[in-house]
Design a protein around this ligand. Sequence first.
Ligand SMILES: *Cc1c(COP(=O)(O)O)cnc(C)c1O
Length: 371
Amino acid sequence: MASRAASLVRPLVRNLHGYTPGEQPRVKGLIKLNTNENPYPPSPKVLAATRAAVDGRLRLYPNPTADALRTRLARLHRCAVENLIIGNGSDELLALAIRAFVEPADSTAGRRDRSRATVQYFWPSYSLYPVLAGIHGAHTAPFALGPDFALPNVRELRRRRWDFHAALTLVTTPNAPSGRGYATSDLDALCRATRGVVLLDEAYVDFARENALGLALRHPHVLVSRTFSKAYSLCAQRVGYLVGHPDLIAALHTIRDSYNVNGLGQAAALATLADLPHYRRNFRRLLATRERLRRELTGLGWGVLPSETNFLLARPPGPPAEQWLERLRASKILVRWFRSPEVSAYLRITVGTDAEADALLKAVRKIHPLA
Ligand SMILES: *Cc1c(COP(=O)(O)O)cnc(C)c1O
């Protein structure tokens, strides 16, 4: 029996299952390889600029349109300021895109109307997408990927009833949790075939061979999302952005909070863009660690998928993956395991520092030495 207070909550909200973020435990000496954070801190210049922004100005509202940041990003991406919106993390922008482009579901509606209320995405991909669709009361249309997690071609989309008119299609590229990168030419074909808005979520693109930003500037129905969280070591500051047609971007500006990006986040992101060579060195180091980890785990009998991200999806030998999760935890190493059957045989391991990779490999050898 629901309490009186619970009965005051909308039934849709009462029945929702919220997103489950990766754990952030406070355990001394814990090696945290579970949420794809960058193991390296922000650059010294970024830390200095952020500290310098902590003064009496904290009493003032931040710039409501993050103008300095958008101007700098427009220069970087060779687009107009009107092609850009900054968000409180890219997660906020995903939620805004659903609210701006997708109708809430109406049980009386017909088939075409169903598409207008549909959020479509490949599965497995970012598990936040169905949660955000659920909050909005939209239909969800997960499209199952094959065991190699490859991007289906247009013929296969047709054959398997892709919803070409879905109001919003969300594509994680490179994908998570598979780590698989997608060719821009294949993404272009998918975008050209799809009539509704396509949002390419490039949260991990700095670790990939290609990016698809050009598609957002070429096609009026394509948005590309980026974040300062993962590659630029700014998870705590919550800054992400979308690139796309000014009419789509203007719609998102209309519905966002007036001061959605906090002042310190704007300062940190701006300082990051002034120090990109530092971050490019950081990416090279991470890729070298990623490839070494992949080689060594493979040598220990793990099935490691090729990755264009800062994490590896890897199938451990011997005990089930869920048991590996617990045994690694006992060695103070935290990785991520997903219950979803498509990936439940795997662990997702964030690429950390070289020392963290060594600690992981040492623990792995102890848990299951290869005969
Ligand atoms: C981490 C992540 C995000 C969220 O990034 P924030 O900018 O921190 O909100 C978005 N998409 C994917 C696929 C991610 O893994």
